[in-house]
Structure formats: C-alpha cells, structure tokens
Design a protein around this ligand. Structure first.
Ligand SMILES: *[C@@H]1O[C@H](CO)[C@@H](O)[C@H](O)[C@H]1NC(C)=O
Ligand SMILES: *[C@@H]1O[C@H](CO)[C@@H](O)[C@H](O)[C@H]1NC(C)=O
Ligand SMILES: *[C@@H]1O[C@H](CO)[C@@H](O)[C@H](O)[C@H]1NC(C)=O
Length: 367
C-alpha cells in the first residue's frame, strides 16, 4: 500500500526498512546525531489509504550549536552563515595596526554527538617594524628610532659629496611600516646617473636644455624641415643612465614619384584657411613637436586630388570677392539715397517753418 519515503537529511529510521507498508502501519523516525528534536513536530508517519504518508519533514530536527565565540582583543569576529551551528564558520579580523596570530577562520564541526570548534580565538598583536635598511651614500629621517609603529614613515635622501658627482635617488624615497616587520617597499638607491648628450641628427631640441642630464631629465625633440620622426619625441634619462625610450631618429622625407615638381608648395599660393595638412602641403612635411611618435609616415596625397582642392579654393575666393564687391556697391547706393533724402527733408522743414511764420504774423497785422 505504501512505499518508504525518500531519505531525510536530519531524520533516520528507528526500525529496519521494509519494501512495503500496509495501510495503518506506522514508521518511526528519530533525529540523527548532532541534531535536537523540536517540540510539536511529528517523527512518526502513518500509511494512509491514499498510499501516502502523513507528512513528516526535516524541520523536526535542528543542528546543535557550537559555543558562541567572541572576537579577539583588538579585533572582531564575523559569522558569515549568521549562525554557529555545526557546518558554519567564524572569521576573525584584527583592527588596523594589528596582525593575527592563529587561524583566521574556524569551523564548527561535529565530533560524535556534539559539535565543537576546530580551532580557538586567535590573537591580534600590534604591528611593529624594526628600522628600515641603511643605504650607501644616503640616509633616512628618524634614524634614531628603534621601533616603528604601523604606518610610520621615513624619508630617504642622498648625501652631498663635496666636489663629487651629484647623486640621484632611484626608487621610492618614502617607506612606511606596512605590516609586522614589513616596510612598504625596498629602499631606494643613491647613485650617479648621467645620460649621454641627446643628439638627434637632423633634429633639434625643443626643451630640456642643459649641460648635464641626470636622473629623470626630460628632453623633447623636433625634426628639421624635410625630415620626419621615427620614435618618441620625448625621452627621459633612466636610472641606467640611458634614454628611455631610446633617442628618436629623423628620417628624410622621400618625395613621391609624381608629375608635379616636388619643390612646388601650395601653402604660399593659397589662403591659409584652405590649407589642410594632408591635401595641400606637397613639400617636405614638418613633424609637429607635440606628436608622440610618427612611426608610419602618412605618405603623399594624390597629386590630382591636391590640384582639385586648390582649383576649388581659388574659385571659392573669386566668389567671395565678387560677393563682397556687390555688397559694397549696395551699401554705397543705399548711403547715397539716404543723404539725398535727408537733404530733401531739411528743405521741406525749412519750407514749412517759413509758411508758419508767415501765418503767425499775418493775423497780428490784421488786428
Ligand atoms: C492523503 O490523505 C491524507 C489524510 O487523509 C491527506 O492529508 C493527504 O492530503 C492525502 N494526499 C493526497 C495526495 O491526496
Ligand atoms: C557557511 O558559509 C560558507 C561561506 O559563505 C559556505 O561555504 C558554507 O557552506 C556555509 N555553511 C553553512 C552550514 O551554511
Ligand atoms: C623606426 O625605428 C624602428 C625601431 O628603432 C625600426 O625598427 C624601424 O625600421 C624604423 N623605421 C624606419 C622607417 O626606419
């Protein structure tokens, strides 16, 4: 009449299972090890005439809990499962400036009937650093302090050698105590950094002039007319006394094979507004100083395209001049008519005034 229900997570059969149960027969469950039975929930099921069991569920038994663990001194505890039943975990976190000794994560595990933690509350110890390393030809601030606390910082500087070469500080100048016995980075180095004079054939320096080029000196170049730049226009003196990136080269602009003479420049014959860098400049292309790198020379415009643009520009100018001339003519015409009208108007007023005077004197004479 009834078959055995599927197995439960928290419940187990008390008696041996049978393949079939008759109507009215009962099966008895109990809570598995590590679970406690809740009052008011059934653990006995009965085989009903409609071949089902009066429902029982896992809700009848709940997991046993581990003891509540508090946070360590100078730290706190977190229960990510929002409970401390077995299977749950607990996380320990130390406050800023402290480091953890022990296990940061502890689990509540079942040992036989009762659960327990697989670890204990760790300790949070104060983060301290011993003094940072000393460096050759340099020093750091607070060098008399024996123990540094968390986030306390020192600043390195290079010695001035009288009469000697100037030393550059390569690396981080400021170090701070970042962890227990751990400084934020390795100390800097004091060394002579001297880059070779930055010479670029067919190029000229735009900025960064000087006699000596020490660490982080920056030089900007430009190629002379007729040459274009391959590489970066800005180089920086690296700690290895080399230019980084390497110095650029200025390469000769190769004239295109076209029917137009290569020396012909349209820039002088056209108005500035019509010059577009690609279509009208046919001579050697100057490299712009701010351009980072021109690895691929843009090449030459189609000569017929350039001619078309110039022809077009000329017609535009002719048109503008014509329109301007017509405009000036209209203004002159208008001004002429305006003054004519004003002259006539003054004459009219004078005439009216005269008649008024006449009228005002005539009645007086009559009186
Ligand atoms: C079977 O019978 C029981 C009690 O008579 C009832 O509670 C249950 O809902 C019934 N199940 C089905 C599937 O009809
Ligand atoms: C507790 O949480 C962890 C991580 O969030 C998860 O892996 C684990 O299964 C959870 N345990 C229980 C009993 O919910
Ligand atoms: C530009 O420089 C790079 C690297 O220095 C080089 O490989 C390349 O051939 C140069 N290009 C030309 C057109 O010379």
């Amino acid at each position: 009449a009834c078959v055995l229900p599927p197995p439960f997570q928290a419940l187990e059969l008390v008696s041996k299972p049978k393949p079939y149960y008759e109507v009215g027969e009962e099966i008895t469950y109990k809570c598995k090890a590590g679970y406690d039975q809740l009052l008011g929930f059934l653990t006995i099921a009965t085989c009903e005439p409609n071949h089902t069991w009066v429902p029982i569920s896992d809700d009848a038994c709940i997991r046993r809990k581990c003891t509540y663990l508090g946070g360590p001194k100078n730290g706190r505890v977190e229960y990510p499962n929002s409970s401390h039943v077995w299977g749950a975990q607990v996380h320990f976190i130390c406050s800023d400036g402290f480091y953890l000794i022990g296990k940061p994560i502890v689990h509540c595990v079942l040992k036989g009937e009762y659960p327990e933690w697989d670890g204990k509350i760790p300790q949070c110890e104060k983060i301290l650093c011993s003094p940072p390393p000393k460096i050759k030809d340099g020093k750091y601030t607070f060098s008399d302090i024996e123990v540094f606390e968390y986030m306390e910082a020192v600043t390195y500087s290079c010695d001035k050698i009288p009469g000697g070469e100037e030393l550059s500080l390569v690396g981080q100048s400021e170090l701070y105590c970042a962890g227990n016995g751990v400084w934020s980075s390795s100390p800097p180095e004091c060394k002579v950094v001297r880059c070779p004079f930055p010479e670029v054939e067919n190029g000229k320096q735009l900025s960064g002039f000087g006699k000596k080029f020490s660490y982080k000196a920056t030089v900007v170049f430009e190629c002379i007319q007729g040459f274009y730049m391959n590489g970066s226009n800005t180089v920086v003196c690296s700690s290895a006394s080399t230019w980084d990136p390497p110095l650029p080269t200025c390469l000769k602009v190769v004239p295109p094979s076209s029917t137009k003479p290569p020396t012909l420049s349209y820039s002088a014959s056209t108005s500035p507004s019509t010059i577009s860098p690609i279509s009208t400049v046919s001579g050697p292309k100057p490299t712009h100083p701010k351009k980072p790198s021109v690895q691929n020379y843009p090449g030459y415009p189609n000569p017929t395209e350039g001619l078309f643009d110039d022809e077009f520009a000329k017609w535009i100018i002719v048109l503008i001049v014509l329109i301007s001339l017509v405009g000036v003519a209209i203004i002159f015409l208008w001004l002429y008519r305006y003054f004519q009208r004003r002259k006539k108007g003054k004459a009219d007023i004078r005439a009216q005034y005269n008649t008024y005077q006449k009228r005002s004197t005539t009645p007086a004479e009559q009186r």
